[in-house]
Design a binder for this molecule. Structure first.
Ligand code: AMP
Length: 280
């Protein structure tokens, strides 16, 4: 696996590869890699000729400075895992490489519309603008033919779909299913920061979502959400939201629709904020 830290060098390298007609698959991450990330790398490996993974903890998407400072960093293990999963290139830039203009400089504002004000957007001010800025920068450098992202971050996938429309960047977005631990907890880099006790409790997010989804045609949505909220509160969570939305546009629903729906949850356990979702 090649390691690049400078964007100019990576761009030059990839230009040559693309001239040779290769499809380039791209998996952007913030590191502290787990099987969920690696499943994206393996999918990219199957569907493209050259797999680029980036590891960059992007300061502009953190609304909580403590969350940024404490974000897990496990570079040596990540390199081992990426090599094992068959990644061809790792892009590991410094903050100054990605933000030579400074992280606090004025950046273009994207019009993500409703997507930016709902759910994660409402609870994490400016988060999706930060995501848009960094993914746009990374796509400019890598210009992949294919981009691989996880359904775990459902709203983020919708934001990136919109970003591709806004910028006209021609790349196919592949959204892959959420990988889970044996007990159902959605894999996440932040899980590493849970205490042993919190780790046991954390499974309640997926349990409550699963119960909600199982009963979605049997009970009013208000009741389903109230039950899930109470289960999480009783387990010790501070709940940001439990919602059921139209999976096509994320508009919140008060009753079932014929098309695909998605149940989404975000809740804090101690210092750690967990999110999860399930398609219906
Ligand atoms: P992150 O490093 O958390 O920014 O995630 C990088 C990519 O991996 C994003 O596209 C995530 O949606 C995806 N991802 C994170 N957790 C999982 C998971 N449990 N299963 C599948 N993909 C995931």
């Amino acid at each position: 696996m090649y390691l690049f830290k400078q964007r100019a060098a990576l761009r030059d390298f990839l230009e040559q590869e693309k001239k040779a007609g290769k499809r380039v698959g791209f998996v952007p991450t913030m590191g502290a890699l787990h099987e969920g990330h690696l499943s994206l790398v393996r999918d990219a490996k199957e569907q493209t000729d050259l797999v680029v993974c980036s590891i960059f903890v992007n300061p502009t998407q953190f609304n909580d400075p403590k969350d940024f400072e404490k974000y897990p960093v496990t570079i040596n293990e990540d390199i081992q895992k990426l090599t094992g999963a068959g990644a061809d290139v790792l892009f590991l830039p410094a903050v100054t490489e990605m933000y030579p203009e400074g992280v606090n400089a004025q950046h273009p504002a994207y019009d993500f519309g409703y997507l930016e004000t709902a759910l994660e957007g409402a609870h994490r001010p400016n988060h999706f603008q930060g995501v848009g800025i960094i993914v746009h920068k990374l796509l400019d450098i890598v210009s992949p033919t294919d981009l691989f992202m996880g359904q775990k971050d459902f709203q983020q996938c919708m934001i990136i779909k919109r970003l591709l429309e806004i910028t006209g960047i021609p790349c196919v977005l592949h959204i892959r299913p959420t990988l889970r631990e044996a007990d159902g907890l959605a894999m996440s880099s932040r899980n590493m920061r849970l205490s042993a006790e919190e780790r046991k409790t954390a499974v309640q997010v997926s349990r409550s979502l699963k119960t909600l989804v199982r009963n979605i045609r049997l009970q009013p949505f208000g009741e389903l959400k109230e039950t899930a909220r109470n289960e999480l509160k009783n387990a010790g969570f501070l709940v940001d939201y439990i919602e059921i939305a139209d999976a096509g546009n994320l508009q919140l629903l008060s009753g079932p629709i014929p098309g695909p729906m998605v149940a989404l949850a975000a809740a804090k356990l101690g210092e750690i904020r967990l999110i999860d979702n399930m398609l219906v």
